[in-house]
Structures are given as structure tokens and as C-alpha cells.
Design a protein around this ligand. Structure first.
Ligand code: GCW
Length: 751
């Protein structure tokens, strides 16, 4: 309640420059009255409402605006809703608005490790942990609690689902309690991720068999101990039998056995276990065409329906693989008729450009939430939401100013999955920058754009899936056990998941949906479900191969367009964020071109079918580094080959530097010079560009991209515009290496 009051004061002070006067009684003048229904009953007996936990009522009563709920948290949500209305310029006269969250469980998961790193986190180090303990200064945790509360989120898992067993050590609970204390004033309850092997790994037992009474007793005692330290702990998250985590399979037990043994220990405390549906074998035989990771969640859980205790919730990822740029809705959603279920959405942009690409994910999430499963809409099946947020210590939480839109959108959808993407984009934009149709337009098209240049038609994100999940690497998914296969070869592409000839995955959908995916598959998902020849014609009438070419070009073009559109906002967005976002979009435009060229060249070489529009393999104005006159620089092959133009780059191994030059052959006039260079994480090489004797640009490759190699992750673009060139001018690149970074570059393009 104190948070609700302070937030009301702070909000009005911030927006109207007025400090509301605090009183305990209800005054005669205009007032904003905050309190639970029970608090207010004596003074406002006319106020009757039927509210659920966390729901709130905003109501004009006489000259007062009343914000009320059954619990304190609901009042806090009501305050944030009222402030949002004011900030959006909506009327607050004659209020009578009741809002009830669709799902009672609205959590975020943080994949934070106790050493302070974050698995798939792109916004800096952990706000919770440092060096094996809770951070000494937890002020960012309280700010995060506030941020989450403003979105209606009521639980936060504070450590990685790849759980460190130390989290359950007896002397560790004060660390958890300290974090819980920082979140508690915001109504955000703490959740911990636990390791199923704990009874053995830290408990001194020789087993973690869930049916062994000693194991059950251990879990009980452990949860009693944890709740003694954190009495309002919301519960636990558990990842078992997945990606190397131990699970019930070690003893031939079921997921229900595993979930229930922990659930029974939590039950007396009112705690929940969110048991992850993300269970699959990552050592699957690639050569067996019947193998299919997409089948795993459904196959593993559906037979246990009805066997889970009431405080177990199965946490199911939106799609059957893991957060790819496009996947169909997981067939497990809604398939468990007697089991509570959560949808797991990924806010952190693991496969979506990480902290560097503009991708508004709400349209993707909406597609799943609104998906008709044949026996109902996905959103109607859900008891809970879990969003993998992974914010970090960076000032803007995510490493860039735009990714916050996804946390905002997640919170809003967990509260009300019927909100539209446009509405959410509009709200966030107005609250963050002031209304702007331009920004809303960028947001709404950004997922499609990202998909177009990274993996359209259901190919999934064609990234380095065995590595950093960031840059392009078309074949990284193949010939390994991870099961993200697209099976492209010289004749065709796509995973055959049909019942007749494929893996049978389509048969996991309810019949009405299975029929569509089988016989009338939407183009967007074609290659997820079917293996087809490159000449196969889509609903659009175009062939698959030409569509791959066209969409990659469209995607890359679209990002160039974002740069132009963003520039129209100069002076209308504060300068700091204007510049940050401009740089981000310029970088993304360069990346999009790397993706475009890599993917289209890969498919061209593999299919041997030319692009009808003659773009693939033809790059007007491009001069390959390896074709220049080299002094000190040496040509090297880049792996994977498609990530460098012509498969090659040049590298410098001389401390004093190297140079590469060529003569300009084009028409005289004002030109833009683009240098495609490599920015690895192991150094900060220096580059200088000369036209004749005049130096026209210089920079250091000091960005922190997640690779030490020359590849699609490190490939970056420098644009030097407004340069006067005459035929015959000598253009020279001087590169000076630094530590492991070899001042490598791929090509120069002049336009
Ligand atoms: O997609 C994968 C991620 C892992 C993650 C896993 C999961 C926490 O690459 O980093 O592990 O999903 O969701 O458990």
C-alpha cells in the first residue's frame, strides 16, 4: 500500500508538477482515495464490488477517484493503470472501470547465474547476483520490481532454469531472502529455479528418485526451510531431463512423479511448481528422417495428463522448438485437459537479433495466443504466463532503448491477451517517446522484416545454432543432434513432418488444424512442415527459391528504410535516444545485408537456380578485398563460407599495419563508400580510409560482438557518405591489428 501511495505521488509530481497532499481521512475537496475494499468499507459503504485477487476498480465517487481492490497488490495495479490513463491523455472523469487479469500467475523468469552472468542476457550483468551471492546493492532489483508491478507481473524467478544446485544450500537462503525483500514492496513474489538432482548433489542422499520416501522427505524439509526464510515465496521453476539436466528418466519415472514430489513439499506453503515442458533429446540421430525434436514436448507430457497435482503448472514454450523467428503454436498448448498450463514466451531476443535488432515480438506472441487449436483459442487454455526477460544492469535494462517494448508488451498481454499489437505498440510509444505513428509503424513491421532476412517460410532463424545464436550460419543446424534441422540439399528444403511420409508431428494437432498444415499449409510455415523441391509454387504463385531470394532482399531493404524513417524523428525524440537508436538501426541495416547475401548465396550454390532478378551473385560497385592490391594483407577463407563475400576476406598479421588499394572505375560525382569489415571481441583494430592522399575516415572495431572469429556475427559495415570521387582515384584501406583482431575486411562497395 505504501508503494501504491508513493507511486501515485511520484506519478502526479512527474506529470503535473504538483505534490498531492497526504491525508488519512477522506477530505471534502477533490481527492484520490487508495485502499482495499476492506480498508474503505467503513468510510465508503456505497462502494461494493466483486473483485478477484489482483483485480482493481477505478471509480469516481463524489469528488473523489477511488482506487480499490481486494488486496494491496491490486490497489498498486490500479494506481499504475490510473497513471497510465493520465499519461496517455485519456479522460479520468466519471470513472467506473474494473480490470481483472486473465491469468492469476504472471511471472517473469530470469536466466541469471549466481556468478553474475546471464544466459542469453544482452543487457549487462545480473541485477541479482554477483560472485556467488546476492549483490550488495540491490537497488536495481527494487527498480525492477517497480517496473514489473507497473505491468501487473506478480512473480519473478531470480536464477537460471539451468539451476545452480547451490541455490538450495541451507546457508544460502539469506541471499534469496535479501532479494525477496527488495521485490516484496512491489507485490512481486520471488521464485527460485531448482535442480531436480539436489537431494543427491547437495542433500547427502545416494538418490534423487522421486518415488523414494527419503527423497520426498528431503524435498519437504528443504521447502520448509526455504519458506522459513521467505514465507511468501511464490514457488519454483524446474527444468528436468532437458539439455543435460537430470530428470525422472534417470529412474524410469514420469514427469508427473518428478513434479509431484516437489509439489507436495510446496503445497503446505501454498507454493507452485512451474515444471517446464521443454524436454527433448539433444543427441538425436540426424540421419533418421523420422526423428523430430518438435514432437518432444507433446510426446513427453500428454500421457501424464491428469496425474499432476493441482499446484503443478506445465510451462510450455509458444512453439515446439525454441523461440525461433517463426514456429507454429505448440500442439501441447491446450492438449492437457486436466493439467494447469503456462505459456512461456521469450522477451530476451535470443534468436531475434539479441540486443541489437529492432524486433517487436508482440505480433508473434499474438499469433500464438490467438491461434485456433480446433477446440479453442490458445489464450483460453492458459492459467499462467512466464516470460523470459533477462534484464541486466544496463541503464536501459536490455542493452538498447527499443527492446523494452517487449517487456512492456509481455506484461500487458499476460494481463489481457486480447489487447492488439497495435494498441500495445501505441501505448508504449506514447509513454516512452510521445505518440508517433512512425515508431508504431516500425515496431509493427519489425518482426516480419527480421523474419524476411533471417529465415522466412518456416525455415526458422538460420543462425549459428551450435554457437552464439546471433549471426548467420545456414548449415549450423544440420548434421548434429540438436534437432533444428531444415534439411536443405541440392534438390529441396524443409522438414517433412507429415503423418504419411514424415515424422508424424502434424498428427499431434487436433484434426482440423492438422488438416490445414497437411493439405493447405500457409506459406509462412511451409518449410516447417514440408520438404519441397525448390521449384515448388507457393500460394503466392512464386517458387520457393525465388521467394527465399525476394524476401531476403525485401527484409534488408526494409531495414534501410527504418534508418531513413528514424531520421525523420530528429528533434522529436530526445537526442540521446535518437542517436542510440539511429546507430542501432544503421548497424542492423549492415547485418541485414550480411544475412541477405549469406542466405541467398548459400541457396544459390546449393540449388544452382539463379535469381530471376539477377541480384544474387551480382553486386554493382563491390570490390572484393582479396582482389585489391595488397601490401601486408593476406587473403583468408572464411567459415562458414557464405558469411563473407566470395567466401574470402583479408587479414593483417603485422603489428605496424597493412594496406589494400584499388582504383575507382565508376562515374565521377558524390559517392558513398561502404567498408564491410570484421569486428571481433578479442581486440580493437584500427581502420583508415584514404582517397588519394586524403584520409576520409578512420575508426576502431571496438564493438563487443559475441565472437572471436571472422564470420556472420563479426561482419560489420562502415558507411562513409558524401565523398567526391573521380575515375582513377586510388582508394586505400589501412588496417592496424590489435591483440587477436586482425583488421580484417571483406569488401568495399561504392555507390
Ligand atoms: O533455447 C534454449 C536456450 C538455452 C536455454 C534453453 C531453455 C536456459 O538456448 O540457453 O537454457 O533454451 O529454455 O531451457
Amino acid at each position: 500500500m505504501a508503494s501504491a501511495r508513493d507511486e501515485m505521488l511520484r506519478g502526479v509530481r512527474g506529470m503535473a508538477g504538483r505534490t498531492l497532499r497526504l491525508e488519512d481521512a477522506i477530505p471534502k475537496e477533490n481527492a484520490i482515495v487508495l485502499g482495499t475494499l476492506a480498508d474503505l468499507h467503513a468510510r465508503l459503504p456505497q462502494l461494493a464490488a466483486n473483485l478477484k485477487e489482483d483485480a482493481f476498480l477505478l471509480k469516481t465517487v463524489g469528488s473523489a477517484i477511488v482506487v480499490t481492490a481486494v488486496n494491496d497488490r491490486g490497489v498498486l495495479y490500479g494506481v499504475f493503470a490510473l497513471l497510465r490513463k493520465i499519461a496517455l491523455g485519456e479522460s479520468i472523469e466519471h470513472l467506473n472501470e474494473q480490470q481483472t487479469p486473465r491469468a492469476a500467475i504472471r511471472w517473469v523468469n530470469q536466466w541469471d547465474n549466481l556468478d553474475g552472468s546471464i544466459e542469453r542476457g544482452y543487457g549487462g550483468q545480473s541485477i541479482f547476483w554477483d560472485n556467488g551471492r546476492a549483490r550488495a546493492d540491490l537497488s536495481r532489483v527494487s527498480e525492477y520490481g517497480r517496473l514489473l508491478a507497473s505491468l501487473g507481473i506478480n512473480g519473478c524467478a531470480i536464477n537460471n532454469v539451468n539451476a545452480d544446485r547451490r541455490i538450495l544450500l541451507s546457508d544460502f537462503s539469506p541471499q534469496i531472502a535479501a532479494i525477496a525483500a527488495a521485490l516484496r514492496p512491489w507485490g512481486v513474489r520471488t521464485v527460485v529455479s531448482i535442480d531436480f538432482g539436489s537431494p543427491k548433489s547437495i542433500g547427502g542422499l545416494d538418490t534423487f528418485d522421486p518415488l523414494d520416501p527419503r527423497v520426498a522427505a528431503w524435498w519437504k524439509a528443504k521447502m520448509d526451510e526455504l519458506y522459513a526464510a521467505v514465507p511468501d515465496l511464490a514457488g519454483v521453476v524446474m527444468k528436468a531431463d532437458s539439455e543435460g539436466r537430470v530428470g525422472p528418466s534417470a529412474y524410469g519415472r514420469t514427469h508427473a512423479d518428478a513434479a509431484n514430489v516437489v509439489a507436495r513439499a510446496l503445497q503446505p506453503h501454498g507454493g507452485l511448481i512451474l515444471y517446464r515442458g521443454f524436454v527433448y533429446d539433444h543427441h538425436m540421430d540426424w540421419n533418421n528422417p523420422k526423428n523430430d525434436r518438435a514432437r518432444a514436448a507433446y510426446d513427453n507430457f500428454v500421457s501424464s495428463d491428469g496425474k499432476f497435482d493441482p499446484n503443478v503448472v506445465i510451462q510450455i514454450k509458444n512453439g515446439p522448438i525454441a523461440f525461433q523467428v517463426r514456429e507454429p503454436a505448440s500442439p501441447l498448448l491446450g492438449a492437457l485437459k486436466k493439467t494447469r498450463q503456462a505459456i512461456e514466451l521469450q522477451i530476451t531476443q535470443e534468436y531475434m537479433g539479441q540486443g541489437r535488432a529492432l524486433v517487436f515480438l508482440v505480433p508473434q506472441w499474438k499469433e500464438t495466443l490467438d491461434f485456433q487449436m480446433g477446440d479453442g483459442r490458445v489464450s483460453g487454455f492458459l492459467d499462467a504466463f512466464a516470460g523470459v526477460a533477462n534484464v541486466g544492469l544496463d541503464e536501459n535494462w536490455f542493452g538498447n532503448p527499443m527492446s523494452q517494448v517487449n517487456l512492456y508488451g509481455y506484461g500487458r498481454l499476460a494481463w489481457n491477451p486480447d489487447l492488439s499489437a497495435r494498441q500495445i505498440a501505441g501505448e508504449w510509444t506514447a509513454l516512452t517517446f510521445g505518440s508517433s505513428e512512425t515508431i508504431v509503424r516500425l515496431l509493427l513491421s519489425s518482426w516480419r522484416t527480421y523474419e524476411n532476412y533471417t529465415g522466412p517460410l518456416g525455415l526458422q532463424t538460420l543462425t549459428d545454432i551450435v554457437g552464439n545464436h546471433y549471426g548467420v550460419a545456414v548449415e549450423a543446424s544440420e548434421r548434429n543432434g540438436w534437432g533444428q534441422w531444415h534439411r536443405a540439399d541440392e534438390k529441396g528444403v524443409g522438414m517433412d513432418r507429415t503423418v504419411e511420409t514424415g515424422t508424424g508431428y502434424i498428427g499431434q494437432y487436433r484434426p482440423a488444424v492438422a488438416r490445414i498444415f497437411q493439405a493447405n499449409c500457409p506459406d509462412d510455415l511451409l518449410l516447417f512442415f514440408h520438404h519441397v523441391p525448390y521449384g515448388y509454387r507457393l500460394h503466392s504463385g512464386k517458387t520457393v527459391i525465388q521467394t527465399i531470394y525476394d524476401l531476403h532482399y525485401e527484409g534488408a531493404e526494409a531495414v534501410e528504410g527504418y534508418v531513413r524513417e528514424w531520421k525523420t524523428l530528429e528533434g522529436r525524440v530526445d537526442e540521446q535516444r535518437y542517436t542510440q537508436v539511429l546507430h542501432q538501426l544503421e548497424y542492423q541495416a549492415g547485418q541485414a545485408q550480411v544475412w541477405r547475401d549469406a542466405v541467398t548465396n548459400w541457396f544459390f550454390r546449393t540449388s544452382n537456380i539463379a535469381d530471376e532478378k539477377h541480384r544474387v551473385g551480382n553486386y554493382p560497385g563491390r570490390v572484393e578485398a582479396e582482389a585489391m592490391t595488397l601490401s601486408g594483407y593476406e587473403a583468408v577463407a572464411v567459415t562458414p563460407w557464405e558469411t563473407a563475400s566470395g567466401g574470402k576476406a583479408v587479414e593483417c598479421h603485422h603489428a605496424q599495419g597493412c594496406s589494400a588499394s584499388f582504383y575507382f572505375e565508376g562515374e565521377p560525382g558524390w559517392h558513398t563508400i561502404r567498408v564491410q569489415y570484421f569486428d571481433q571481441s578479442n581486440g580493437a583494430a584500427r581502420y583508415q580510409v584514404f582517397v588519394g592522399a586524403q584520409r576520409v575516415d578512420e575508426w576502431r572495431a571496438d564493438d563487443r560482438l559475441p565472437t572471436k572469429r571472422l564470420d556472420g556475427t563479426s561482419s560489420a559495415r562502415r558507411t562513409i557518405s558524401g565523398i567526391a570521387l573521380r575515375k582513377g582515384d586510388e582508394i586505400r584501406i589501412d588496417g592496424t591489428p590489435d591483440q587477436g583482431e586482425t583488421a580484417a575486411f571483406d569488401y568495399v562497395e561504392i555507390r
